[in-house]
Design a binder for this molecule. Sequence first.
Ligand code: FUB
Length: 440
Amino acid sequence: MKNHKPYLLAFGFFWMSVINSAFATNPLIMDQFTADPTARVFEGRVYVYPSHDIPASPGRGRSNWFVMEDYHVFSSENLTDWTDHGVIINQTNVPWLERMSFNMWAPDCVFKNGKYYFYFPTGGRIGVAIADKPYGPFKPEEKPMAGARGIDPGLLIDKDGSAYMFWAGGRISGAKLKDNMVELDSPPRMITNLPTAGLIEGPFPFERNGIYYLTYPHAQVKTERLEYAISTNALGPYHQAGVILDEAASGCWTVHQSIVQYKGQWYLFYHDKDLSPDFDKNRSIRADYMYFNEDGTIKKVIPTLRGVGIVDAKSKIQISRYSAISGEGVSVSFLDATNKFEGWKISYNGTNAWSQFNDVDFGGKDLHSVDVRAVSAAGGRVEIRLDKVDGPLLARVEVGSGSEWKVVTSKLDSVPAGVHNLVVVQKENNSVDLNWIGFK
Ligand code: FUB
C-alpha cells in the first residue's frame, strides 16, 4: 500500500522526500499523524502544510499532550494521490530556539516576491523559513518575528499584494507585514467582535469576491467548532457570520482549518482523530467540499469519511470510507486494533445492508473483473452495483466461508465507463467484511 522512495538533499540538515500512496479518502494521510492543515495552491498543485503529532516518549515531549518536533509538507494534483515531500523543518534546525519543547504548532506557507515563506509557531514565538520551491529546502531565519507572540499564524496575500498575518494568543491579532515578509509593518491589532468566552485560536483568513473571511476554531461549549467572521477590509472590523463545521462527533477537542479554491472548487481542510480514537492529541487531516451561498455566506460542511477527489477504479478502493450506508446492518471498525494505520474494514450484517462510495473513475470500457478483499465466517454474497442500490449490476461476489482474509475475483456482468458511484449490497442473511475493491 505504501511505496517509499527516499531522496536526500543537504541544506544544513537532511531533507527527505517520500512518496505516500494514501487511501485517497478521509483521513488524507495514513502513515503518520497530521494536524492543523494549511492547504495552498502552488505551481498547479495543492500543497498541505500540517503539524505533525507524534506520541510522547521518555525525554521527548509531555505525555498526554501535543508532541511535535517537525513539519512535513504533502502535495497532490488530484486530491487523491498525496506525495509526502518529507521533513521541511525540524525543531533542531531553528537557530533561535533555545529549548527543544516539541511544540511545533500550526503553520502556514505563502508565496510572495518569488519565494515561499513558511510561518511556524514554537515556544510562544513565530518563526519564518524561506524557500525557492513549495517543498523546500526551507532555510529558517536567524531570529523569530519581532512583535508577534502567540501561535497559529494565518496569512493573507491581498489582491494588491499586501501581506497580512493573523495569530492567536488568548484572542486573535492581526498585522500588515513589510514587503520582506519577515517583519510586521504595523502594530498588532486585536480583532474585535469575535467571541470573548471560550478558547479561540487558529485564525485562517481568505478573500473572495471582495469579502474578507476570518475563520477560527472556537470552543463555544467544550470542544472546538469552526466559525467565521466577515469584513470588507483585511484587518476588519469583522462581524461574526456563522459556523462552518460543528463540533466533531468523535469528541476531538481541537479542530483547525484552511480553505482553498482549486480548479474552481472550494475545499475545507481540517482535522479529527480518526487514527487515534482514544487520544485526541494524535490527529489526522481531512478534506471535504465547501460551498457558498449567493450572499457570500458559507454553507455548513458536513464531514465525510469519503472526503474529496475521484478514485481510480483500478486502485484498492477503501470501501469502508463510505459516502452513505443503509439505516442498519453496516458498521466500520479497524482492520487491526493494534495497528490502526492499517485502516478499516466494513461489515455488512443481514440481507440488503448496503454502502455507497462516490466518485469512482472507471475510465473507458476496458475492465473485465473485480477483486474484492473479504472475509466471511459463514460465507456470503455481495452484489456490486452502479450508482444506486438497485442500479445496474456490475458483479456478484461469492465469499466462501472461512476466518482468513482472501481476495475473491469475479467477472463483471456489465462494463462501466466514466465516473460513477459504487454500491455494495449484502445479499444473504449473514455477515461479510470487506477491506477493498479493485477493478481490472
Ligand atoms: O496543534 C496544536 C494546536 O492545537 C494548534 O496550534 C491549535 O490550533 C490546535 O489545533
